[in-house]
Design a protein around this ligand. Structure first.
Ligand SMILES: *Cc1c(COP(=O)(O)O)cnc(C)c1O
Length: 229
């Protein structure tokens, strides 16, 4: 199947989920997760109208962002090692995976060195899975309070990777809790923190995520088909 065929169905579903929740579908970004896909597939997706791509490895992001000439937004969605920050920091429009103070410290240092502001999302481990990265929800406010002291970091919202489940309805509660967390933290009026981005939902559960308020859904398989590795 070509990307074009998958995308038609995807866009219909995104629109349907948005309408069910009385939301404007235009406020939802479909981030095409291009990890493991060759640059030629990204080009194909660009010709289908995608403008934002998600990668989870620094090296792969660097290679693809330099080989693709069209202007697109690159988002970093994977676990970010501190020693990779400098390489990607001026190539990405949003880092979804700020999950610890040592990473914030390094982003601040490198961003300051080249005088840029870096947009980030705080990654929250909503289901408290041992195997996952992310700040525990009960520590999120304290974490963001600390991050707010860094002038070259702008926290735009929250991101979560929900559990791998057969029935996506099982993840609805985590999406709902994350939206509540965002509203709650915004109400505290922390300096420098005013969040409106909720990055949640993947191919299996984006419908529920949109109903619960997602503003970015991260779709790999649903755009590109199954990954080989
Ligand atoms: C791979 C990946 C996705 C996309 O997964 P699909 O199930 O293929 O849509 C989304 N978010 C993150 C963080 C990923 O690593």
């Amino acid at each position: 199947m070509h990307i074009q065929e998958r995308v038609k169905n995807l866009q219909q579903q995104v629109t349907a989920a948005a309408h069910l929740a009385n939301r404007n579908p235009d406020e939802i970004l479909i981030l095409a997760v291009s990890k493991t896909m060759p640059a030629s597939k990204v080009e194909e997706a660009i010709s289908c109208g995608f403008t934002a791509f998600g990668e989870n490895k620094a090296q792969e992001l660097l290679e693809k962002s330099s080989s693709i000439k069209q202007h697109v937004d690159w988002h970093f969605i994977g676990h970010l090692q501190t020693n990779k920050v400098r390489q990607i920091i001026d190539k990405v429009s949003l880092i979804h995976s700020l999950d610890r103070m040592s990473l914030a410290e390094e982003i601040q240092k490198q961003a300051q060195a080249i005088d840029i502001i870096v947009n980030v999302l705080a990654e929250i481990n909503m289901a408290k899975e041992e195997s996952k990265f992310g700040v525990a929800p009960e520590n999120a406010e304290r974490f963001l309070h600390s991050v707010s002291a860094y002038p070259n970091i702008r926290v735009k919202g929250l991101m979560t990777v929900a559990p791998f489940v057969k029935n996506p309805e099982e993840n609805r509660k985590y999406f709902r809790e994350m939206r509540n967390l965002l509203v709650d933290i915004n109400s505290k009026n922390i300096d420098n923190i005013s969040m409106d981005v909720l990055s949640m939902g993947m191919t299996n559960d984006y419908f529920q995520a949109i109903e619960e308020g997602a503003t970015i859904v991260r779709i790999g398989t649903g755009v590109f088909g199954e990954r080989q590795r």
